[in-house]
Design a protein around this ligand. Structure first.
Ligand SMILES: [Zn+2]
Length: 326
């Protein structure tokens, strides 16, 4: 945690081990935007349950009613057409400030899951597609130290599948990155990027790691090409997490790809006691399940999380087989 300690000593208010410039952006934005500040404040009091040992993962469950909008989002073409895109600059609240970062903008997510939560939309209104953007993702992770940059595919949790965006949250909130770091020796500086799978997780993941974003992107492209597509012309279904390991060698990036089989579990629904309002995305894959409804938070257990992950993700053996064939 040497990077985290350095950041903390520069700014005693920075509790989340993120870059001081990012923390400063949060402080500046929340001072200008009471609604967002109230939502971040409310997050400090949300209920969290922990389920140790879901495979190797210690899973958490967060009861977060403010996420209902996102978990129940209608993402069919007609619903998207009927609403104003909340990621386009002209439709944003007047209080929201943006920091330009190449073809992207950095914004604060006003409906947070993480104590530090960013949304990073493309400056143009263009479809959510990952192809050709993994290098960008790696560079953002290198710039936003201490944060995990993540991508939800258009059928895998993105609530604006018509406007390309990443999100980012403080890495120390998620169980998965620290677990992966504890299982893997860092490659030496100068070594080529490599891909491997983590055995013992409740879902199949491919880890691509290295020091050169271009090399990571090129391995990702080979994996992408080997994955099935849900419909002609669409991209393979996936969630992706990208971060620089805490205390790891400078410049090392880990990209965690979680291929998906399904958008939502078969028992997903917004009404009634039989269904569950759970729409898993990158954060859930990272080890924090989000339940916007109190009844789901009360009844969830390790077995339910396992069956959701079984239904929507590939198995470790399936991901291993894909990697062997690259
Ligand atoms: Zn838009």
């Amino acid at each position: 945690m040497s990077q985290g300690k350095a950041a903390t000593s520069m700014n005693t208010e920075n509790k989340y081990n993120i870059a001081p410039a990012t923390e400063e952006f949060f402080v500046r934005q929340l001072a200008l935007w009471p609604m967002a500040a109230a939502n971040f404040k409310a997050l400090e009091g949300v209920e969290v349950k922990t389920f140790p040992g879901v495979g190797l993962l210690d899973m958490k469950v967060q009861f977060n009613p403010a996420r209902r909008v996102s978990s129940a989002a209608k993402v069919d073409a007609a619903s998207l057409k009927a609403r104003k895109c909340f990621l386009c600059g002209e439709n944003r609240p007047a209080e929201q400030i943006a920091e330009e970062r190449g073809r992207y903008e950095i914004l604060i997510n006003p409906f947070p899951i993480f104590p530090r939560h960013l949304t990073i939309p493309d400056r143009k209104h263009t479809d959510q597609r990952i192809e050709g953007r993994v290098e960008d993702m790696c560079r953002l992770a290198l710039e936003l130290k201490g944060m995990t940059v993540f991508y939800n595919g258009p059928r895998c949790g993105a609530s604006a599948p018509d406007h390309m965006h990443f999100q980012a949250g403080n890495t120390d909130f998620l169980p998965l990155p620290g677990l992966i770091d504890s299982l893997a020796d860092a490659p030496e500086k100068g070594e080529s990027a490599r891909i491997w799978t983590v055995k013992g997780l409740p879902m199949g993941v491919a880890v691509i790691e290295g020091y050169e974003p271009k090399e990571i992107a090129s391995i990702f492209e080979a994996l992408y090409a080997s994955l099935p597509v849900p419909a002609p012309g669409e991209e393979p279904m996936m969630n992706i997490l990208c971060y620089t390991p805490a205390g790891g060698p400078a410049g090392l990036v880990r990209l965690v790809v979680i291929p998906r089989k399904k958008h939502r579990p078969s028992f997903y629904g917004t009404e009634g006691g039989e269904c569950w309002l759970i729409s898993p995305a990158s954060v859930d894959m990272g080890g924090v399940f989000i339940t916007p409804r109190e009844e789901d938070f009360a009844r969830i257990d390790a077995g339910t999380m396992r069956s959701i992950l079984d239904e929507v993700c590939m198995t470790t053996a399936e991901v291993e087989d894909l990697i062997d064939k690259l």
